[in-house]
Ligand binder design. Structure first.
Ligand code: SF4
Length: 351
């Protein structure tokens, strides 16, 4: 059966007309799903019994099954969901300074095997459907005590490797008939899929773009991010420049700091030059330990020194300490765990 949450509003309207229903029903049904949180046609009381039954025979309103919630001392919360066919994905809620950002997954696993990332360690399983991407946001909206303000597509998976479903999800999240979340409050984070950056610009959406750089030379970047062999730094930076020239919003560069790997004075010098060229802001993220990975967390002094070197060159920098270290919040880690790993795992009672 088809999941209505896989369809944009226009697609759903066309589908309803095709089965002989007036177009205004599309608005009523989206209203039930996205504004009132209904998941059963029999609860959509203004549809009439016949239509409820007809829809129930052909469609579902899919929901995600919660596997568990990990709550961190620093208020980050990690939600692990079990998909209908078994694999798990995760979303992270990050409350900070009056904002509540949710970081959502776009794939189960990932093809790109970045050396510092948990998601890439066990390979790729499958793409998430639009309903499964949107479903993460919907679940959090309905189960937390604060309003979601921002969405980042930065969880498990590479968003541009699941381009069509990502864009469909963004359209649904953005639509006034869907969740009505402003495009400027959404950010897509890519490891550097150049065709994705080019297509994304042509869409003309006001969604923010962030590019995971993590290294400033091809040799270093290819060692950390094998994807760089296919989309080398020079071409990636040129694609970012074109993106900006064609009217794309400012780019943020993500840079995970790995002790004595990419946090030297020389790295800071080259990173500052790249940021200046792209007029980009840099998000510095001190590495969050991942079980079984050989990287170390840089000391606070080293991190602050790196930041100062960038700021001295006039580069805007945000230092984003990884939230939720005590719940292993680095992307992909919880979804890989086979069983409840500790008493920090709670079954979530609906609020
Ligand atoms: S950092 Fe992103 S692209 Fe790289 S392996 Fe992890 S999820 Fe995939």
């Amino acid at each position: 059966m088809k999941d209505i949450k896989d369809l944009s509003f226009d697609e759903w309207k066309a589908e309803l007309v095709q089965i002989g229903q007036p177009a205004f029903r599309a608005g009523q049904i989206f209203d039930w799903i996205y504004k009132k949180g209904a998941t059963r046609f029999e609860d959509m009381t203004n549809l009439g019994r016949d239509l409820q039954e007809k829809l129930g025979r052909a469609y579902i309103v899919g929901t995600l099954e919660l596997f568990g919630v990990f709550r961190s001392k620093d208020r980050a919360e990690k939600y692990v969901f079990r998909l209908h066919d078994g694999p798990r994905i995760e979303s992270v809620l990050i409350p900070a300074g009056g904002r509540a950002t949710v970081c959502v997954s776009t794939q189960v696993g990932c093809k790109f095997a970045c050396a510092f990332c948990a998601s890439g360690r066990h390979g790729f399983v499958r793409h998430l459907a639009p309903s499964e991407i949107v479903g993460q946001v919907l679940f959090l909206r309905d189960h937390i005590d604060m309003a979601l303000t921002n969405i980042v597509f930065m969880g498990m998976g590479e968003p541009f490797d699941n381009y069509e479903n990502l864009v469909k999800a963004i359209v649904i999240l953005n639509s006034p008939h869907g969740l009505g979340i402003a495009a400027r409050r959404m950010t897509v984070s890519t490891a550097g899929i150049i065709p994705g950056i080019e297509r994304f610009k042509k869409l003309g959406l006001q969604v923010n773009l962030s590019v995971s750089l993590h290294a400033t030379s091809d040799a270093q970047r290819s060692a950390l991010m094998p994807l760089n062999k296919k989309y080398p730094l020079g071409k990636l930076l040129a694609a970012c420049e074109n993106y900006l020239k064609e009217g794309g919003r400012k780019i943020t560069l993500e840079y995970v700091l790995l002790k004595k790997v990419n946090d030297t004075a020389e790295d800071a010098f080259h990173l500052a030059r790249i940021a200046a060229r792209l007029k980009a802001k840099i998000n510095l993220i001190p590495f969050s330990p991942v079980i079984g990975l050989p990287f170390e967390v840089p000391e606070e002094g080293r991190v602050l020194d790196f930041r100062r070197k960038l700021e001295d060159k006039g580069v805007p920098v945000t230092l984003r300490h990884s939230k939720g270290r005590d719940i292993q919040a680095a992307c992909g880690q919880l979804a890989l765990l086979e069983r409840n790993p500790s008493d920090r795992l709670f079954r979530c009672a609906p609020k």
